[in-house]
Design a protein around this ligand. Structure first.
Ligand code: 13P
Length: 256
């Protein structure tokens, strides 16, 4: 049975003290769930202290970003090699990195390759913006982002990569974004799966694909039941430990 991933991306929220309190609360309530891989992505500063507090049998850590060079004159960056032993996963190419910090497909491809080189699982984010959707460009955008992000990934390494589909127009519905319907997501899942198959053949079948965009405890089940979806990448709702635990419980029920 393939795993179901429940990943909380805290973005630039919760300081070190708040992160530690959150983790304490989570560990008090979180049971080992067979088949569910629970991952939290705190800020870079909180990763190291949380790595000392975490129980890796129940929970894993992800970095929200990294730089692909191992060391050097790159002021303000965090190398992926320095995350070894601390983070198990790294989120790469999030739409906020692409759109606010102007990360290119080349940056993203190098980061994916660096993560694999350092045995940290990359979670490669892809997704179209509102205007790309409106102009009927979704298929091209998803194809280009997959080609761009995966161009250094061999068929052999493909099983070490996770893809997260996050339509930009569906991120942060609490701030006005629209909710993606399961049909919207299913249509993009088909595009992504077809593209991966064209690139990697049968090896693409087992590649985990997550959905992200305004997931909450009430809609998590519907997204998890979409064929081809193997988990969720959650922003806002993951900041409230009770909501995050409710979503983990939904995942447990869905995979039973
Ligand atoms: P929200 O769940 O807040 O919409 O954020 C989604 C996201 O960007 C997770 O990476």
């Amino acid at each position: 049975m393939s795993k179901t991933y429940i990943v909380g991306n805290w973005k630039m929220n919760l300081n070190v003290g708040e992160s530690s309190l959150y983790l304490h609360k989570l560990l008090k309530r979180l049971k080992i769930a067979r088949g569910v891989e629970v991952v939290i992505a705190p800020t870079t500063l909180a990763l190291q202290p949380l790595s000392l507090q975490i129980d890796r049998k129940r929970l894993k850590l992800a970095a929200q970003n990294c730089y692909y060079q191992d060391f050097g004159a790159y002021t303000g960056e965090t190398s992926i090699s320095s995350l070894k032993g601390i983070a198990d996963y790294v989120i790469i190419g999030h739409s906020e990195r692409r759109n606010i910090f102007k990360e290119t497909d080349k940056d993203i491809r190098n980061k994916v390759a660096a993560a694999l080189r350092n045995n940290i699982t990359p979670i490669l984010c892809i997704g179209e913006t509102e205007s790309e959707k409106t102009f009927g460009e979704t298929e091209d955008v998803l194809r280009d982002q997959l080609l761009g992000g995966l161009s250094e990934v061999s068929t052999e390494d493909l099983k070490k990569v996770i893809i997260a589909y996050e339509p930009v127009w569906a991120i942060s519905s609490t701030k006005g974004a629209r909710l993606a319907s399961p049909d919207d997501v299913a249509a993009s899942v088909k595009i992504i799966k077809d593209q991966l198959k064209a690139l990697y053949g049968k090896a693409a079948d087992d590649m985990p694909l997550l959905y992200g965009g305004s997931v909450n405890p009430s809609n998590a089940g519907a997204y998890l039941m979409i064929p081809g979806i193997n988990g969720l990448l959650i922003g806002g709702a993951s900041l409230i430990a009770d909501h995050f635990i409710d979503i983990i419980d939904v995942a447990r029920r869905v995979i039973k």
